[in-house]
Design a protein around this ligand. Structure first.
Ligand SMILES: [Zn+2]
Length: 371
């Protein structure tokens, strides 16, 4: 499966960040970044740790530990690699002084978040806390791994305009990317739902669910500490990947994402946001505005571009302003289609199947709705 990307390809590679970067409208909350295998306190009872990552444009993931009765609750876990398991060993032995993980909370099922949930849960006999759809999606993709991609996957890329050579590459990539980077996810769940309040170490954390990046992404908000673990739903410097993939080619996750931005609007303006990538920041409302504007701009660009009928493959270069590197291509196609499906739902673009078996998208000339 091909869902493991997090970064939109248009953003620069951030490998080598050692200090927080100044953003335009949001401000980094801290002057330091924890080294891999180390922790940094960011609020009473809350520790920040960072694990390495090797995904498109991303060098790291931020994980969090919340002081709990008798140990620590982990928020997200990192991918299942030997290096990250070693980093965890170091954190557990040194930083936590041998204290156990009491529960594992995953914001969503993507491999960098859920990758070591099964490993940590097995090791400590700890329960897994997730929304039901995220947990099910992770279980399904893990169990669905196959040596060859199903034919509908190859057909999906044909519809987008992949060449025969690129389709051969799709076949040779196999269909086990998720399983390759994820320890078997626990078969048992402690379900969390939007609005639930988890009591961790005597403090309340409210579950705030967002959509679009993942099926039922959980953020955790603490009014007492005035902070939120935002996972990938809200990131300060990159936009979360919003993609349409072969298992659900008619999906419209971008509209779900845009609608979700309003969910976060009532939260405090001076909230400390603890994201899974980049650095902790303040300036939530400015960031919500930026994210909306970013997608509105993309939608307008694609609408203009389809004055003449266009294949998805023909939109990428103009959309990203450069030729995508091979490893970015799948993410780029999925993002472009997510925007085109959103435009279709708004009546601004139509889709036809041309004689060559490839979709063409064409603008209708209907007035642009506010995205
Ligand atoms: Zn993600």
């Amino acid at each position: 499966m091909l869902h493991c990307g997090e970064a939109t390809p248009q953003f620069p590679d951030m490998t080598g960040d050692a200090r927080p970067v100044r953003y335009d409208k949001v401000s980094p909350a801290f002057d330091a970044i924890p080294a891999h295998g180390d922790v940094l306190p960011v609020a009473p009872g809350v520790l920040w740790l960072r694990m390495p990552l090797n995904l498109t444009g991303l060098s790291h993931i931020n994980l969090w530990l919340i002081e709990d009765d008798g140990g620590y609750a982990a928020v997200d876990t990192g991918m299942n690699t030997e290096v990250i398991r070693l980093c965890w060993d170091k954190v557990l032995t040194h930083a936590l002084g041998g204290k156990p993980i009491t529960r594992v909370i995953c914001t969503h099922y993507h491999p960098d978040h859920m990758g070591l949930a099964g490993w940590l849960c097995e090791r400590f006999g700890a329960p897994l806390y997730m929304t039901r759809r995220e947990w099910l999606q992770g279980r399904v993709f893990w169990l669905d791994a196959q040596a060859q991609p199903p034919e509908f996957v190859v057909e999906y890329y044909r519809l987008l305009g992949f060449t025969e050579e690129a389709l051969r590459e799709v076949r040779s990539r196999g269909y086990s990317h998720f399983r390759d980077s994820v320890w078997e996810p626990p078969g048992q769940l402690a379900r969390i739902r939007d609005g639930d309040v988890l009591t961790i170490g005597g403090r309340g954390f409210r579950v705030v669910v967002g959509y679009g990046h993942a099926p039922e992404h959980a953020c955790l908000f603490s009014a007492e500490l005035n902070l939120m673990f935002s996972g990938d739903q809200i990131l300060p410097r990159i936009t979360p990947h919003i993609g349409v993939y072969a298992p659900e080619p008619e999906a419209n996750p971008l509209q779900e994402y845009l609608d979700s931005l309003d969910t976060f609007r009532p939260l405090p303006a001076d909230l400390l946001v603890l994201p899974a990538h980049n650095e902790p920041f303040r300036g939530l409302h400015a960031r919500l505005d930026d994210l909306r504007q970013h997608h509105a701009h993309r939608l307008n660009l694609l609408e203009e571009m389809t004055a003449e009928p266009k294949r998805v493959a023909s939109t990428l270069k103009a959309l990203y302003g450069r030729q995508l590197r091979p490893h970015e291509t799948y993410l780029g196609f999925a993002e472009s289609l997510a925007h085109l499906n959103c435009l279709r739902a708004q009546g601004r673009v139509t889709r036809e199947l041309a004689d060559d078996g490839v979709w063409r998208f064409r603008r209708t000339g209907a007035a642009a709705n506010a995205a």
